[in-house]
Design a protein around this ligand. Structure first.
Ligand code: ZN
Ligand code: ZN
Length: 246
């Protein structure tokens, strides 16, 4: 509870005029970062791994894969993350989820738009589902909010009924990659009537943070088994310290 109240505290101070989502200084318009926080964010750009989108420090030949993907390719077809996950960037999804700063979903969607160029126009936006218990206690699914905002901006259809979470998984934050993988392996299901919607389609899988990839891979696997042609993960932040991709 102590962590939660620390997280929520700055939010109480948020009121008009618009404030920077990270540090809280007054800014020109809603959902804009101040210059210093903007500069502190580690925006992820090419060159990156051809399989998973992990950024490379140096230019590589086209089609080069990172070490983790060479060892075991992911089930998804790449991650497009706006920024690297760190103390600053993690505040945004935290305050969206636990502080109810729903406007941050719009901010994240605006940043994700840059990745749409490589996505087919008839793609489908599919948010990573929350288990109904968690949805009930939180009142909203942050991935649905981000997906809806992206859908409204781009005209790409969103389907929230395609993917469902069968089992409630405990918070994964403190778990190892292996434990996460075991827990989420069979946690998702595709509804029977959704298979016709998925057939041959490209899917944009929306999540707020990409950590070890266990959730995204579990979702991608079932979406592809159910007919999806490709699954690209769109998220706000990606953890770059862990190398396990499966
Ligand atoms: Zn700031
Ligand atoms: Zn890779």
């Amino acid at each position: 509870m102590e962590i939660l109240s620390t997280l929520l505290k700055p939010v109480v101070d948020f009121a008009l005029p618009p404030r920077c989502p990270i540090c809280g200084v007054t800014v020109e318009a809603d959902n804009r970062f101040c210059l210093s926080c903007w500069n502190s964010l580690d925006f992820l750009t090419e060159p990156w791994c051809a399989s998973c989108g992990r950024p490379f420090a140096f230019e590589q030949a086209a089609g080069t894969q990172c070490a983790a993907c060479l060892k075991k390719p992911p089930d998804h077809d790449g991650v497009r993350a706006v920024v690297a996950y760190d103390d600053n960037s993690s505040l945004l999804p935290m305050r969206l989820k636990y502080g109810g700063r729903l406007g941050f979903a719009e901010l994240i969607a605006g940043q994700l738009e840059r990745f749409l160029g490589e996505i087919p126009a008839d793609a489908l936006i599919v948010p990573v589902p929350l288990h109904r218990w968690r949805l009930w206690s939180r009142g909203f699914n942050q991935s649905v909010l981000i997906g809806r905002a992206l859908s409204e901006r781009s005209g790409i259809a969103m389907e929230t009924g395609v993917l469902a979470r069968k089992d409630a998984t405990p918070p994964l934050r403190s778990m190892s990659a292996k434990e996460r993988r075991r827990l989420v392996k069979n946690a998702f299901a595709v509804s029977h009537d959704a298979q016709s919607k998925l057939k041959g389609r490209a899917v944009i899988l929306i999540d707020d943070v990409y950590t070890t990839g266990s959730t995204a891979n579990a979702c991608a696997r079932i979406l592809k088994v159910s007919g999806a042609d490709q699954v690209t993960v769109f998220c706000w932040a990606r953890v770059l310290t862990e190398y396990d991709q499966s």
